[in-house]
Design a protein around this ligand. Structure first.
Ligand SMILES: Nc1ncnc2c1ncn2[C@@H]1O[C@H](COP(=O)(O)OP(=O)(O)O)[C@@H](O)[C@H]1O
Ligand code: SF4
Ligand SMILES: [Mg+2]
Length: 345
């Protein structure tokens, strides 16, 4: 793997609550090179958002504790001052959230948001920033951008707002874009356009992208590599082709089986894996997926670490395919088939 742009090492995020300590992220590690797209996938509550927010120290809860290392171009973001981080955010690293309204202030015009983003990081005139805002709105497919630039957020549709937020994120050509469920609230057509915009950012500027989603369909369209999260931990990580062709972890099997296979309008629904996701207050000592796993056995009472299979998969740096499960490395496809048949009853 070329020199990573972002290296997350043993990231851990806990919250002190009245009911006890909540472990939202439990030792997450991954690396990302320029131009690479990582899809982080997992059901709701698996720690996707908290892990990305903590990377940029955007968790404001005073009861939160973050540990580990987050190296961006070799600097540990967790050790930067607020001032230093403000420079990094927006200019080097941009973030898009599921709800575009979190990024838009209702009393300011759409164009103001984009222009401010530019002026916060570059010395340009108001007029020049506004001109660029118009161009960016055109680029993300807003019709009549010269007029729309003066609209307020509430005058935009949901899809247009998400595109405006993307225009803000693209304003400074960030080296890294973190997109948290960027398409979840959008219709299928707008979703395809948004994914296309992200692809273009990668192609024209060599930006790296982390896209968070609960939708394997989104991952299959845009990611180069995949990280599957469950209960605050990575349970599988590898090149997309490998993970889709030879998924190793029973939880990943469930996610893949819940992707509608048929062509036509995409059915938008959460994965249907039997059982409920574990809450972060009751993480089991062993494998977190055990309560829902048909293949659990005695070994599973001990926590399995992310590990390379002794056979199969490619094993050079970024393309390594690892998972955290005690099942024998070989014959997983047959096990998957068998457990699928059993689940049909
Ligand atoms: N401020 C907080 N205090 C306590 N628990 C929290 C806090 N923020 C998030 N959590 C918990 O952390 C877990 C991970 O949340 P999150 O990262 O939002 O999941 P995801 O984005 O994968 O749906 C959830 O169980 C959530 O309830
Ligand atoms: S370690 Fe055990 S419980 Fe966990 S996924 Fe593998 S077989 Fe299932
Ligand atoms: Mg989330």
């Amino acid at each position: 793997m070329p020199e990573p742009l972002l290296e997350v090492d043993d990231l851990r995020v806990t919250f002190r609550t009245r009911r006890g300590t909540v472990t939202a992220v439990d030792g997450l590690s991954f690396a990302l090179a320029a131009g690479d797209t990582l899809g982080i996938v997992g059901e709701s509550g698996s720690g996707k958002t908290v892990s990305m927010l903590s990377i940029l120290k955007l968790i404001r809860d005073p009861n939160a504790r973050i540990s580990g290392r987050v190296l961006f171009r070799g600097r540990n973001l967790l050790e930067l001052t607020d001032r230093e981080l403000r420079d990094v955010r927006g200019r080097d690293i941009a973030m898009i959230f599921q709800d575009p309204m979190t990024a838009l202030t209702p009393v300011y015009r759409v164009g103001w948001h984009i222009a401010e983003q530019i002026r916060a990081h570059e010395k340009v005139s108001r007029q020049a920033a506004r001109d660029r805002a118009v161009r960016l709105l055109a680029e993300v497919g807003i019709p009549e951008p010269g007029r729309r630039v003066d609209n307020y957020p509430h005058e935009f549709s949901g899809g247009m707002r998400q595109r405006a937020v993307i225009a803000m994120a693209l304003a400074c050509n960030p080296a890294l874009l973190i997109a948290d469920e960027p398409t979840t609230a959008l219709d299928v057509t707008t979703q395809a356009q948004v994914l296309d915009l992200m692809r273009r950012l990668r192609e024209t500027h060599g930006s790296a992208i982390v896209v968070i989603t609960h939708d394997m369909g989104v991952v299959s369209e845009i990611a180069d590599r995949v990280l599957v999260m469950y209960g605050g931990r990575a349970v599988e990580r590898g090149p997309k082709r490998e993970v889709f062709r030879r998924p190793r972890h029973p939880y990943t099997w469930g996610l893949l089986d819940s992707v509608p296979r048929m062509a036509g309008p995409r059915v938008r629904r959460l994965p249907m894996i039997p059982g409920t996701p574990i809450g972060p207050l009751d993480l089991p000592a062993g494998c977190g997926f055990a309560p829902r796993c048909r293949l659990r056995h005695q070994a599973c009472e001990v926590r399995p670490e992310l590990a390379d299979a002794p056979t199969g998969g490619t094993r050079n740096g970024a393309s390594e395919h690892v998972d955290a499960c005690w099942l024998p490395a070989e014959g997983r496809a047959a096990l998957r088939e068998r457990s699928r048949e059993e689940s049909r009853g």
